[in-house]
Design a protein around this ligand. Structure first.
Ligand code: UTP
Length: 404
């Protein structure tokens, strides 16, 4: 083993990895040294820094009623932008879906009952509705992870891109960061590898830059990117009305939001922080903020984000050099124990490090909060059962006339 690697691991209090490496064969050692050389080990020093928050104020949304009044004009503007090739879409599909506990990319989950209906298929069906209305394809960039890229690509191939044009789909792989156990120690995923996990959904634009996707964006003269999560099966992608509303508002970004079901609902709320758009998490809100109401009775902090954003590309470029805050997430992470056994934990056991797309909102000068009806556009599949689960998503799909 390279002496330097061992020294560095010791310096970072990871002696157990240095010791483990000594038990490996020469080729295994070299491969692990190579992995260590490429890992961003600075996360090991990153203590969960309490982010100092600024001063919050409500950010009012363009409401459903207001949107309805201007629907025609917004839709026309949005469709024109799509026809002009100014809009691209980015599907964030690099997550591990550990809460769902499905051993494949989450998009491969079959949400159908009497027929097969995959999550990816739901999304592509929704996107196809827009391409039909616009008479033009929307370039779709799919972010995967080192773990799920191959399977995701193959799945799309096998299903003929669910009727979409494969020439308009690009896959790119996000980066990985090491994971640590509750004592801050690196873990092994198998004998010859240190455990890593995808670096969160905030890295999407940086990963697009790194993997050459931005060249495609630039060449195609795409001006707007609609970023969305894989797990909302009612997600409207490249929604012309939303795009048109953001363009007509003159703002540089937009976020789809839903009115909170109750003051204490556990969602991140779009608001202003020191005058900039920002998302405040429910646990960061004081009771006063949670319960504050406007003269018309609506909650002052009323609009929860659903991970569907529209960003202007030139503004995204100027944020590339900004380091997003790193969050630690306590998750179920498979690992190899000291006896060489593979362990699949039933409960969260370790931390992964993530940057989050919601932190990119703060880097925008302004953001249009665009209200959508949660019954029509928000059916996240996060858990096996209970809240935001397969059951609730199936119910909402049915409510929207989707045959299961
Ligand atoms: P979640 O925060 O729900 O994370 O992702 P997850 O990893 O999919 O699921 P859990 O928490 O382990 O159960 C929200 C969206 O961000 C994407 C996911 O694929 C999903 O679309 N994501 C998340 C990434 O693309 N990369 C990541 O590293 C994390």
């Amino acid at each position: 083993m390279k002496h330097k690697t061992s020294e560095m691991l010791t310096m970072l209090h990871q002696e157990h990895i240095a010791a483990h490496m000594k038990t490996l064969s020469r080729p295994e050692q070299l491969s692990m040294v190579d992995q260590v050389d490429q890992l961003d080990l600075s996360v090991l020093n990153a203590s969960e820094s309490e982010e100092k928050r600024g001063s919050f104020a409500p950010l009012f949304a363009t409401t459903l009623a207001e949107i309805e009044k201007d629907r025609e004009s917004f839709t026309k503007t949005g469709l024109q932008a799509i026809r002009d090739g100014k809009v691209g879409a980015v599907l964030l599909a690099g997550g591990q879906g550990s809460r769902l506990g499905f051993d494949h990319p989450k998009g491969m989950f079959n949400i159908g009952i009497d027929r097969e209906l995959y999550i990816f298929e739901c999304l592509m069906n929704n996107l196809l509705e827009v391409t039909k209305a616009a008479g033009a394809y929307i370039p779709l960039f799919i972010m995967t992870s080192a773990e799920n890229n191959k399977e995701t690509r193959e799945f799309f191939e096998e299903h003929d891109y669910f009727g979409y044009s494969d020439e308009n789909v690009w896959f790119f792989v996000q980066e990985q960061l090491p994971t640590v156990d509750v004592n801050g120690k690196l873990m092994l995923s198998d004998r010859g590898r240190i455990s890593t996990a995808p670096n969160g959904n905030g890295g999407w634009y940086a990963s697009m830059a790194k993997t050459g996707m931005l060249r495609i964006v630039q060449n195609a003269k795409i001006e707007w990117l609609n970023v969305f999560a894989v797990d909302n099966v009612l997600q409207r992608i490249a929604d012309p009305c939303f795009i048109g509303a953001v363009i007509e508002s003159g703002r540089v970004s937009g976020a789809k939001v839903v009115a909170k079901a109750a003051p204490e609902e556990k969602v991140g709320v779009l608001c202003l922080e020191d005058g900039k758009p920002s998302i405040v998490e429910y646990y960061e809100m004081t009771d006063e903020m949670l319960n504050s109401r406007e003269p018309d009775g609506t909650l002052s902090y009323n609009y929860g984000v659903i991970l569907n954003y529209l960003f202007r590309v030139d503004k995204l470029n100027s944020t590339l050099s900004v380091k997003l805050p790193l969050h630690r997430a306590f998750k179920k992470i498979k690992y190899m124990d000291g006896n060489g056994n593979q362990v699949t934990p039933d409960e969260p056991n370790a931390y992964k490090f993530e940057t989050l797309v919601l932190d990119m909102v703060k880097l925008q000068d302004n953001c249009l909060a665009y209200e959508v009806d949660r019954k029509k556009e928000f059916a996240p599949v996060k858990n096996k059962t209970g809240v935001d689960s397969v059951d609730t998503a199936q119910e909402l799909l049915r409510l929207n006339g989707v045959e299961l």
